[in-house]
Design a protein around this ligand. Sequence first.
Ligand code: B12
Ligand code: SF4
Length: 524
Amino acid sequence: MKILLYNPDNGVTRNFMPHLWMFLLQALTPEGHEVLLVDGNARAMTRAELVKFCQDENIGLVGIGSMTRMIARAYQFADALRDAGIKVVMGGPHVTECFDEALGRDGGPRHADAVALGEADATWPQIVIDAANNELKEIYQPEIDEKGSDIKPSLQPYPHIPWESIDLEQFSLIPKFLRPLMSRLGKGWGKFFVVPIETGRGCPYGCEFCTVTGFFGDSIRFRTNESVVDELLRLKERGKRERGQFAVFFIDDNLAINKKRLKSLLRDIIAAGAELPWVAQISANLLADEELVDLIAESGGRWIFIGMESIDPANMADVNKSFSKPANYRAVLDGLARRNIYAITSFIFGMDNDTVGVADRTVDEIESWQPGLPVFGQLTPFPSTPLYKRLEAAGRLERPRHWLDFAQFVMAHAPQKMSIEEARTETIHAWSRSYSPERNHAALVSIADAPVDTRISHLFARLFFRGIYFPQIGSWAWIKLLFANRRSLLLLSREGIRILLARRRRPAPEPIAPEIDQIEYLEG
Ligand code: B12
Ligand code: SF4
């Protein structure tokens, strides 16, 4: 049987990285079946195009995964496929919590032939076998232990994801029209991929708005260091072979949740020469450890995603995240910046103590720190989270099934001290102010002493990152963006040329200064 694993886009923005679940389930598929992958974020298709693709490819089963945010689109694609007689199984965090909705048992239309609840590592092979035998059941669920909880995959052993050979073309981050130009920069800059790798699952912190503790559990499971190192080595080898650039996103919810284990993993990565540039999520409270931050830098850590949420401790207490202290954020960012590591700082507006002006207050504070990539979301009650239950019990949910009419930056409940419209305006203002060409330029200037490759990566990360949340699809959007940021681009280009000329004038080949060494990829 031919299987398609499909991840819908949200129709507005695009992720910068493919979803791990597809590669994982592909690796767990029993022999004798062929699995194709399409990520709508990278390869946008209309419903009709997806149906035609499946018919042309003779696909017997489509697996669709989706976060809550894209579920309405996921259902539309599933409906179109089922109308064409193609079987659909859905999985992921949303349908796990709302399986009645996906199966049409809540009085609404049915969207899926089957659903996979929770982690599907153990159930996927059976789903494939049943589908091939035309015996698909409605619900697949992990086995239950004596306490009635799902038996979670141990991650030891971990499936072999063949990063060394998977076709990643659709996931290249360099927009097509820029590839010829970027290739000229040398060392494979015509291709740039961010690859998702997990080293563990689970988080014990239980922040009120988060689905992770409920979905993956509060006890953490880790892969062995060897299996992670092996995956990195295979990627690194591919990068060399294909002259492409690979970076890794360690998608663990909190990579440093067990600091001792992380230090041992990072030491093993360094010892094996498996360093690649990497990004990971780590909470601020775990980043005060100098030894850990040194190891992060040495092993290739470039960007750390920190869920800062709010600069107001009262808000942090409201959402059960008091372990993360806004008063410490500056020192944490300074510690990272001393090693040329910068942070993706994530904030949530629309908390109950927020008032009008929260965007400017927050951005003023952010701009007084080391520059990073701030992202701004809104407090969203995802199904089955403690937040959802609290707001529901208090009768505060204005759109209890907000996901069925997804509207960007429109909250499902009114915060106590602001209206929904005010929260929307605040959020958009924070984004616009933080990624204006002027702010991009000021951020670059503020790290003028950092190596030029750090600054190039900073600027490009700023240009890419806003595209996760704001429309930035297609050549025209990119051309406009590059033109608007020409001052920053010129600044870096001038510097690159100056360094290159200086280097050519020098007779000796040995490294002259750190930044000259690091810019070598510009030479091709
Ligand atoms: C990496 C990540 C991202 C990446 C992008 C996703 C990507 N390309 O991987 C980035 C950083 C961009 C991101 C952004 C956002 N994210 Co995010 N993200 C994650 C994270 C940390 C890891 C995802 C992952 O790969 N997990 C590991 C894999 C193995 O788990 P999995 O995807 O759940 O898959 C397993 C099962 O669910 C199941 N399964 C999944 N799909 C399917 C499909 C089929 C057919 C089957 C059979 C089984 C199946 O099988 C898999 C193996 O067991 C998760 C948290 C987490 N730990 O999962 C949050 C998470 C998915 N994100 C979340 C959210 C809310 C967001 C944002 C909306 C944040 C915001 N406020 O703006 C944005 C959305 C942006 C956008 N435009 O899409 C929520 C989603 C909650 C929900 N109910 O939808 C999560 C769960 C985190 C949380 N705090 O609750 N995210
Ligand atoms: S927000 Fe982060 S730290 Fe809090 S429960 Fe979710 S994964 Fe854990």
